[in-house]
Design a binder for this molecule. Sequence first.
Ligand code: ZN
Length: 237
Amino acid sequence: MDSDQTLRRDVALANRIIERFGLATAFGHASARIPGTNTFYISTRRSPGLADENDLLVIDTDGKILSGRGTPNSEFWIHARIYAARPEVNGVVHAHPLACISLTQIGEPHRVVHNQGGVFVGGVPEYGRIGLIRSRELGDGVAHSLGKGVAVMMRGHGITTAFADVRAATVAACFLEESAALNIRMLSAAGGNGSRIREFTREEAELARDQTGPGVAAAGRALEYYAAAAEVKPLGG
Ligand SMILES: [Zn+2]
């Protein structure tokens, strides 16, 4: 399999994973930069669970559609402007996972509370404006909020992750939702008192990141699991 075909497969699989694992239903999308270019592969405007490696669009960082059939997702600007701002980012995932949205809407920050949360040791900034990201300017706003980070929470909307490849961005998105769900559960158990949560120290979080983060060996194992489960899980399951 050549590298372009592998990349297309990775993009389609990433889309299916975020749907099968509950990070998105009808809405959400994953993309990958075509190496060494200002263009990226992204799924067409349908549920990510229906993504097809042979039915991807190529869009550039100015939002120009260069090839492919069909309509782009209206929020493709998130991907376009992050790739423009971050040359080292080659994979972006945007989804609407419920625990992350819940965390934004109770005004609580994301806390590192378990090993898979370690990758977010630098904090997860918030993009506070609600509404869809349907323009270059709004895409620039999300990229600005993301900064040099790996993820951004979008208030009342969802999340975006940005990594060196789409596989890591996908695993990170799954880890962030898992972590946010734990944050919510712990806040509930603590009567809403965040100070009772035994948040990881910076050193603990860095250790967890180095041992389990999307960029290390465990991520390959994580992706293998997510991919295998996505292949057998029914749509919506
Ligand atoms: Zn969205």
